[in-house]
Ligand binder design. Structure first.
Ligand SMILES: [Zn+2]
Ligand SMILES: [Zn+2]
Ligand SMILES: [Zn+2]
Ligand SMILES: [Zn+2]
Length: 305
């Protein structure tokens, strides 16, 4: 199986998922999402689209949060865009000054809106100013495509992403919780042009991504293999996996916990949370004349009790 795909820097092009929330915030959100009684008590809120449009920044089209600015003619602007318009109102070109639009800020505070991931199953309704925080942690928020090394911007639920990996990225799919993989590369000296590979495993009704990658760790060419769980971190922790690789009577074994695909491929790699094999060792395992990489990686995934 050739590993010939070029590795591209994927970290900048993908929107970074917001980091784990503070404990206190998380509790708060979990309660609100999981407690149907609390949601049912809230009145159904219908906000006219006119009000929502008022809260949309005319420049970046994002929802505005305090401080909301306005020009002397009353045109509004978000605080993110204000420093970028050189003190000119983007709507009427008048001087912008430093006027806050308190009335609109108060209107916003009175609103309660559904989570933007409603179509993904979230039934939560949130005060305008809490909505962003909730959405950054919403358990229904879609996942980024886990395919490393591409600038893929596809997002979605897990079944959707599994179909996407298979159809659009032509990723190898395997059923079962044990695997035996051979990574072969005819010219392992070309590490500058790092290579990688992704395989998807389906077991326990879940999906796991096995990443294998060659890269330079400082000046040292290494290989890393690790597993990511297609789902959230709290579920990922219910599983463990082992990988082993060897040859010539030697063996290296790694046991770990799969990382959620909420953590980018790059983040997992850079935290060394996987089986790391130095190139000289990898070539030793490959046997022969050390000109070709032939690594056999075997592994197992299991559910913790
Ligand atoms: Zn804006
Ligand atoms: Zn204006
Ligand atoms: Zn939500
Ligand atoms: Zn993709």
């Amino acid at each position: 199986m050739a590993i010939g795909n070029a590795y591209f820097d994927d970290i900048r092009s993908k929107p970074e998922v917001v980091g784990p929330p503070q404990n206190e915030d998380k509790m708060d959100v979990v309660e609100q999402v999981n407690d149907p009684a609390q949601i049912a008590l809230k009145p159904a809120v219908t906000v006219s689209s006119g009000v929502r449009e008022l809260l949309e920044c005319p420049v970046c089209l994002n929802a505005m949060y305090p401080p909301i600015h306005q020009c002397s003619n009353g045109h509004t602007l978000c605080s993110g865009c204000k420093p970028r318009v050189h003190n000119r109102c983007p709507t009427c070109r008048h001087e912008l000054g430093n006027i806050r639009c308190l009335a609109l800020e108060k209107v916003a505070a009175s609103l309660e809106l559904p989570c933007k991931y409603k179509s993904f199953g979230c039934m939560g309704i949130y005060p305008y100013y809490n909505k962003l925080k909730h959405e950054s942690q919403c358990v229904f928020r879609p996942f980024n495509c886990p395919y490393a090394g591409s600038e893929c911007t596809v997002i979605g639920g897990i079944p959707y992403l599994v179909a996407h990996l298979k159809d659009d990225h032509k990723v190898d799919m395997h059923t079962g919780s044990t695997f035996n993989h051979r990574y072969v590369k005819s010219n392992p000296r070309e590490v500058e042009n790092a290579t990688w590979m992704l395989t998807v495993f389906s077991c326990f009704g879940q999906y796991f991504c096995l990443h294998f990658e060659a890269y330079l760790l400082g000046m040292a060419p290494v290989y890393i293999a690790f597993l990511r769980f297609m789902g959230d971190d709290n579920e990922a922790k219910n599983y463990s996996y082992s990988l082993d690789v060897g040859g010539n009577g030697r063996k290296m074994v790694w046991q770990g916990v799969p990382r959620s695909i909420r953590d980018s491929h790059r983040k997992v790699r850079d935290s060394f949370d996987g089986l790391i094999i130095e190139r000289s060792m990898a070539l030793f395992f490959s046997g022969g004349d050390r000109k070709e990489l032939k690594l056999r990686v075997t592994g197992r995934i299991w559910k913790e009790q």
